[in-house]
Design a protein around this ligand. Structure first.
Ligand code: PEP
Ligand code: MG
Length: 794
C-alpha cells in the first residue's frame, strides 16, 4: 500500500474521510494559515486506510465482531468487551509496509528539525462518514512526549486501541452506529515545550452565553492535558474581538487567576509525562502576559474567519522560545448549535398549602428540597439544586446562589442589592418573608412561585406548572429607548440577545464588593491600615501589582468592560460608587476610613464623597478605571453617572474633580449624567440640566425621600409606592422640565421592572428611556409599545 502517511502541509479540511477531522483541521491550518501568522507544530498523519490495513492484516475484523456480538447478546460486559478488543489491538503486529512508512516519516521529521529522536505528540483523529467529528471529541487518546521509534509505534497502537474505549463503544451504540465503519487516523506532531511553559484551550465565542464577540482563553502551567481534562482550575481571560484590529487598544475584558494546583511535565524512566504540584509563585502568577493574551485572541479570530464558524482550539507556549502555537482547532458545537434564547413565562397548575409570602424576584417557578444555611461558609453542606433558605444574602452567597434552584430569605426589600443580584443571575427568589428560617425545615419539598406578580409565595409540596417560551423575535419596537440595569459583570453576557438600547444603570458597587473587596483608601494608604487580618488579605489580593491602587483600577475596569462589551456601541451608563458609609466600612480595611453614621442612607454618600478630602483619592481611582475603560480598552460608549447629587454647587465640584482626573465632560465625547433621586434634583432641574448631559430618575431613592419611607424596611413596604401621586408628580415634573431644558431624561429605578404597567405612565409623561432589569425587559417593551400606539391614536 502506498501513501499511508500524509504530511500536514498536504492536507486540507475536506480530507476528513482520509485522516479524521482533527488531523484534517491541523493540515488545513498548516497549509493555509501559516502566512496569516498561525503557527502549528509540524507533523504527519496516518490514513484511515492504514488503520483498516492494520486491522485486516491481523484479521482483527472478525475477532472484534465476535466480541461485539457477545456484548450485544449480553454474554459479556462492556468492560470485558472493551478490554479484550483493546488488548487484541495492542498485541497485533504492524504490517511491515505501514511500520516502515511511519518510521521513515519520523526520521524525516528528525531531519527537518535537526534533532535525533525528537519528542512528538501522538493524537487520535477518528473518522466516520456522516458523523461530525465533534461528536468524537475527547473520546480517543493523546500521548505526549513520545520519543524514538519504539515508543512511537507503541503509542500509535494505543491510539488505535482507544477507538474501543468503553466510552467510545457506548457512544457508537447509542448513536446506532456501526463499529466496523469507524477508522482512526494518527497525528504525529512535533512537541512544543509547553511543559516548561504553559498551555490551554480557547474558544472564539463565550461558551456560557454564546455571545459571539469575545474570545475566551483558559491557561495553566505545563502541558495542556490538565486543562482539556478539567483537572486544574485554569486562568481565564476574555478579549473583545471587534477592537483587536486597533493595535493601540488592549481590549481584555476578563482576567482571573486560577488555582492551577498541578502541572503536567515530562517524565523519565518509561513514563512520558507526570503531574507535579505547582509552586506558590506559579499559582499566584498569570500564565499569559497581556501581549500573549492579545496575540492568542487575534489568532483565534483569524482561525474563526478562515473556517467561517465559531471554533474550539488548543494552544501551547514553548517555555524555551516563548513562541505560541496552535495545536488543534475544531468547530465549537454547543453554543453555535443552541437555538437563539427564548424567554420563558410560567403558569402554576395546582398548588399545595401556602406557607410563606414575600417579595418576588424574577418571574419563574422553581421546586425542590429546602436546604437551610446560616453562613456562606457552610457551602459544603449545600445540596446542588435545592432551595436555599437563609435569613439574608449578600454577595458572598453568590457561589451558593448559583447552585440553588431557588432562594428564600427572611429579610431584604425588593430594591436591596441582594434581590437585584438574584434577578440578574436569573434566579428565582423570594425575599423578606419574615420567618422562612423558622417556618421551613431541611429537606422539606416546596414550590417557590414568583410567577404571580409582586408577591412571591412558597407552597408546600412540588407543584405542577407550565412554561411558555416567548420568541425574542416578537419583541415589539419602541420609540422610547428600553435599556438594562446591570450589576454583576458575569451575568451581563447572559442577556446579550435582548434587543436592548444599552445599559441605563451599571452599578459599580457590585464589582467593588464582589471582586475587588477592598476599600479604595485601604489601597492608596495601605501603610496606615491597622487591621492586621485585613492587611494580610489585601496583600494576597493585590499580589502581582506593583502599586496596590493599580489592583483597584485594573479590576474595576475589567469588570465594567464586560458590561460595556456586551452592548457596544450602544451607551452603557456607569454610575460612580454609591455605597453608604456602613457598606464602605464593610470592605476590607474600610472601617477606619468611614465615619459612623446614624442615617447612612442620607449620609456621606454619592457626590458629597467625590470632592471631599475624606474620599477624593478613592474617587480618583474610580476615574482612572473609567479612563482605562474608554481609552485603553476602547469602550467609548461608556457614559459616567453621578449619584446622590444634592445641589448644583456639588455638581460643579464633582465635575471639576473629574476634570482634574482626566475626565472632562465633552472631551473625547465623554457624557456625564446625574441621577435624579433627591427632591432637590427636581426642584432645581434647570440648574442641573446646565451641568449634565442627562438625568436618570432613581425612583427608589426619590420615593424614599419624597414619602419619607425607608426603602429597606419590610414593615413599611406597603407605604413604599412609586405610584403615589406625590412621587408621580415628581417624576412628571422632572421629565417635563428636563425636556424643556433640552436634556435627556430616563428612569433606572426598580418601579417599571416590578410593575411593567408603570412604564405607561412614564411614556405618557414623555420620557426618553427606561432602564429595567433584564427579566422584565419583554414585558416593559410590550407595555411601552402599547402606550406609544395609544398616544398616536389620541
Ligand atoms: C434608585 O435610587 O432608584 C437607584 C436606581 O439607585 P440605587 O437603587 O442603587 O440607590
Ligand atoms: Mg439611588
Amino acid at each position: 500500500m502506498n501513501n499511508q502517511i500524509i504530511w500536514f502541509e498536504n492536507l486540507k479540511r475536506n480530507d476528513i474521510a482520509k485522516v479524521g477531522g482533527k488531523n484534517a483541521s491541523l493540515g488545513e491550518m498548516v497549509s493555509t494559515l501559516g502566512p496569516k501568522g498561525i503557527r502549528v507544530p509540524a507533523g504527519f498523519a496516518t490514513t484511515a486506510d492504514a488503520f483498516r490495513h492494520f486491522i485486516e492484516s491481523n484479521t482483527l475484523f472478525d475477532h472484534i465482531g465476535t466480541e461485539l456480538d457477545a456484548l450485544g447478546a449480553g454474554r459479556i460486559t462492556l468492560q470485558e468487551a472493551g478490554r479484550r478488543i483493546r488488548e487484541m489491538i495492542v498485541a497485533a503486529d504492524w504490517p511491515e509496509d505501514l511500520r516502515s512508512e511511519i518510521c521513515a516519516a519520523y526520521q524525516e521529521m528528525a531531519d527537518r528539525i535537526g534533532a535525533k529522536n525528537p519528542a512528538v505528540a501522538v493524537r487520535s483523529s477518528a473518522t466516520a462518514e456522516d458523523l461530525p467529528d465533534a461528536s468524537f471529541a475527547g473520546q480517543q487518546e493523546t500521548f505526549l512526549n513520545v520519543r524514538g521509534e519504539a515508543e512511537l509505534l507503541a503509542a500509535c497502537k494505543r491510539c488505535y486501541a482507544s477507538l474501543f474505549t468503553d466510552r467510545a463503544i457506548t457512544y457508537r451504540q447509542l448513536q446506532g452506529f456501526d463499529h466496523q465503519q469507524v477508522a482512526l487516523s494518527i497525528g504525529v506532531q512535533q512537541m512544543v515545550r509547553s511543559d516548561l511553559g504553559g498551555s490551554g484551550v480557547m474558544f472564539s465565542i463565550d461558551t456560557e452565553s454564546g455571545f459571539d464577540k469575545v474570545v475566551l482563553i483558559n491557561a495553566a502551567w505545563g502541558l495542556g492535558e490538565n486543562v482539556v481534562q478539567g483537572a486544574v482550575s485554569p486562568d481565564e481571560y476574555m478579549v473583545y474581538k471587534p477592537f483587536l484590529e486597533d493595535a493601540a487598544l488592549a481590549p481584555i475584558i476578563e482576567r482571573s487567576c486560577g488555582a492551577k494546583k498541578i502541572k503536567m511535565v515530562y517524565a523519565t524512566g518509561g513514563q512520558q509525562t507526570k503531574n507535579v504540584p505547582t509552586s506558590r509563585a506559579e499559582r499566584a502568577t498569570f500564565v499569559l502576559s497581556e501581549a500573549e493574551i492579545l496575540s492568542l485572541a487575534r489568532q483565534a479570530v483569524t482561525i474563526e474567519q478562515h473556517y467561517g464558524q465559531p471554533m474550539d482550539m488548543e494552544w501551547a507556549r514553548d517555555g524555551e522560545t516563548g513562541d505560541l502555537f496552535i495545536v488543534q482547532a475544531r468547530p465549537e458545537t454547543v453554543q453555535s448549535r443552541a437555538e437563539a434564547s427564548a424567554m420563558k413565562s410560567y403558569t402554576l397548575k395546582s398548588v399545595g398549602p401556602r406557607l410563606l409570602t414575600g417579595l418576588s424576584v424574577g418571574n419563574a417557578v422553581a421546586t425542590g428540597q429546602v436546604c437551610m444555611l446560616e453562613s456562606p461558609r457552610d457551602i459544603d453542606r449545600f445540596v446542588d439544586g435545592s432551595v436555599l433558605v437563609t435569613s439574608t444574602t449578600d454577595p458572598d452567597w453568590v457561589p451558593i446562589m448559583k447552585r440553588a434552584s431557588a432562594i428564600i430569605t427572611d429579610h431584604g426589600g425588593r430594591t436591596s442589592h441582594a434581590a437585584i443580584v438574584s434577578r440578574e443571575l436569573g434566579l428565582t427568589a423570594i425575599v423578606g418573608t419574615g420567618d422562612a428560617t423558622h417556618v421551613l425545615h431541611d429537606e422539606q419539598e416546596v414550590t417557590v412561585s414568583c410567577a404571580e406578580g409582586e408577591e412571591g409565595f412558597v407552597y408546600a409540596g412540588i407543584a405542577e406548572f407550565e412554561v411558555n417560551e416567548i420568541d425574542l423575535g416578537e419583541v415589539p419596537e419602541t420609540r422610547t429607548k428600553i435599556m438594562l440595569n446591570m450589576a454583576n459583570p458575569a451575568a451581563a453576557a447572559r442577556w446579550w440577545r435582548l434587543p436592548a438600547d444599552g445599559v441605563g444603570l451599571a452599578r459599580m458597587e457590585f464589582v467593588i464588593s464582589n471582586t475587588i473587596k477592598v476599600h479604595p483608601l485601604a489601597l492608596t494608604r495601605f501603610d496606615e491600615v491597622k487591621d492586621v487580618d485585613a492587611r494580610a488579605e489585601i496583600d494576597k489580593l493585590t499580589q502581582g501589582y506593583e502599586r496596590k491602587s493599580d489592583y483597584f483600577v485594573d479590576t474595576l475596569a475589567m469588570g465594567l468592560s464586560r458590561i460595556a462589551a456586551v452592548h457596544y456601541p450602544r451607551p452603557v451608563i456607569v454610575r460612580m460608587s454609591d455605597f453608604k458609609t456602613n457598606e464602605y466600612a464593610d470592605l476590607l480595611g474600610g472601617r477606619q476610613f468611614e465615619p459612623p453614621e446614624e442615617n447612612p442612607m442620607i449620609g456621606f454618600r454619592g457626590a458629597s464623597r467625590y470632592y471631599s478630602e475624606n474620599y477624593k483619592d478613592g474617587f480618583a481611582l474610580e476615574c482612572q478605571a473609567i479612563r482605562n475603560l474608554r481609552e485603553v480598552k476602547g469602550f467609548t460608549n461608556v457614559v459616567v453617572m453621578i449619584p446622590f447629587c444634592r445641589s448644583p454647587d456639588e455638581a460643579d465640584k464633582v465635575l471639576s474633580v473629574m476634570a482634574e482626573n482626566g475626565l472632562k465632560r465633552g472631551e473625547n465625547g465623554l457624557e456625564v449624567y446625574v441621577m435624579c433621586e433627591i427632591p432637590s434634583n427636581v426642584i432645581l432641574a434647570e440648574e442641573f440640566a446646565k451641568r449634565f448631559d442627562g438625568f436618570s430618575i432613581g425612583s427608589n431613592d426619590l420615593t424614599q425621600l419624597t414619602l419619607g419611607v425607608d426603602r429597606d424596611s419590610e414593615k413599611l413596604a406597603h407605604l413604599f409606592r412609586e405610584r403615589d401621586s406625590a412621587v408621580q408628580w415628581m417624576i412628571s415634573e422632572v421629565i417635563a422640565r428636563a425636556r424643556k431644558a433640552g436634556s435627556k431624561v430616563g428612569l433606572c429605578g426598580q418601579a417599571p421592572s416590578n410593575d411593567p404597567e408603570f412604564a405607561r405612565l412614564l411614556v405618557d409623561a414623555g420620557i426618553d428611556s427606561i432602564s429595567v432589569t433584564p427579566d422584565a425587559f419583554q414585558a416593559v417593551k410590550t407595555h411601552v409599545a402599547n402606550a406609544e400606539a395609544r398616544a398616536v391614536q389620541k
